[in-house]
Design a binder for this molecule. Structure first.
Ligand code: NAD
Length: 250
């Protein structure tokens, strides 16, 4: 059964070859959605759109730039006539400790993760309101819930916790208008965000904290995003869904 036939979906930060965004875009395309792949570089985004098949669109969009978010949403809306799904996936992290966070670190991490989620949501909400339907899926992290400890520093935890608050507030404000918003909290997933930055000892320590005994895959997260984007989750809004192999059972 295809869950997203006839739907139009934007996924930010979807050009990373092993990333959660690309895996989500791929699964949504397989379920019948037309995808707008957004990322920093046009060529990388266009290449992923081409890989997904005919009809998908790749665009350059820096989510920290409000005008760029609006332009990307307008271009896709004029081609599609509607926007059903937004996955705010673009994110960066830095493995810093509390006293080593410089102003530029704070700005970089908060801007991409939190400001970008706000700006891209603001770019699609007017259309979702007009449609009286839409699903926004925001990538938070287990770091927000347990105060870091996997890889990102305190500023990353703060940004991802900010996303939880923002998601719930969007969900509350837009629920009467038929627009849903939910957050996904992945645990440790092997992607390029940590590639080459993780020692064997760090990896071993992470594995010990995962009851399922394995690191997550991008497809594990994509499946959860698909559920939240689809009508299977039609009565789910303002929730945070853990995808972490049981590492935060409480
Ligand atoms: P990744 O580094 O593989 O991909 C992130 C993508 O975001 C890249 O393609 C990058 O170019 C893009 N990006 C960065 N800044 C951008 C900007 N300003 N505008 C647009 N695009 C931008 O990372 P990933 O592991 O696939 O992570 C995806 C999301 O999931 C992130 O929000 C991350 O914080 C979150 N997350 C990841 C994990 C994990 O273990 N991998 C765990 C929890 C949460």
């Amino acid at each position: 059964m295809k869950l997203l036939s006839g739907k139009f979906a934007i996924v930010t930060g979807a050009a990373s070859p092993r990333g959660l965004g690309k895996a989500t875009a791929t699964l949504m395309a397989a379920h019948g959605a037309t995808i707008g792949v957004l990322d920093l570089e046009a060529t990388a985004a266009e290449n992923v759109a081409r890989e997904l098949g005919d009809g998908h669109v790749g665009l350059a969009c820096d989510v920290t730039d409000k005008a760029a978010c609006e332009t990307a949403a307008e271009r896709l809306l004029s081609a599609w006539g509607r926007i059903d799904i937004l996955v705010n996936n673009a994110g960066i992290t830095q493995p810093l400790k509390i006293m080593t966070i410089e102003p530029e670190n704070y700005d970089a991490v908060l801007d991409v993760n939190l400001r970008g989620t706000l700006y891209m949501s603001q770019a699609v909400i007017p259309q979702m309101r007009r449609q009286r339907s839409g699903s926004i899926v925001n990538l938070s992290s287990v770091s927000a819930q347990r105060g870091g400890g996997i890889f990102g520093g305190p500023h990353y935890s703060a940004a991802k916790a900010g996303i939880l608050g923002l998601t719930k507030a969007i969900a509350r404000e837009l629920a009467p208008e038929g627009v849903r918003a939910n957050a996904v909290c992945p645990g440790f997933i092997a992607t390029d965000i940590t590639e080459g930055k993780l020692t064997d000892a760090m990896r071993e320590q992470i594995l010990q904290g995962i009851p399922m005994g394995r690191v997550g895959t991008a497809e594990d997260v994509a499946g959860c995003c698909l559920f939240l984007a689809s009508d299977l989750s039609s009565y789910v809004t303002g929730s945070e869904v853990d995808v972490n192999g049981g590492s935060l059972i409480h």
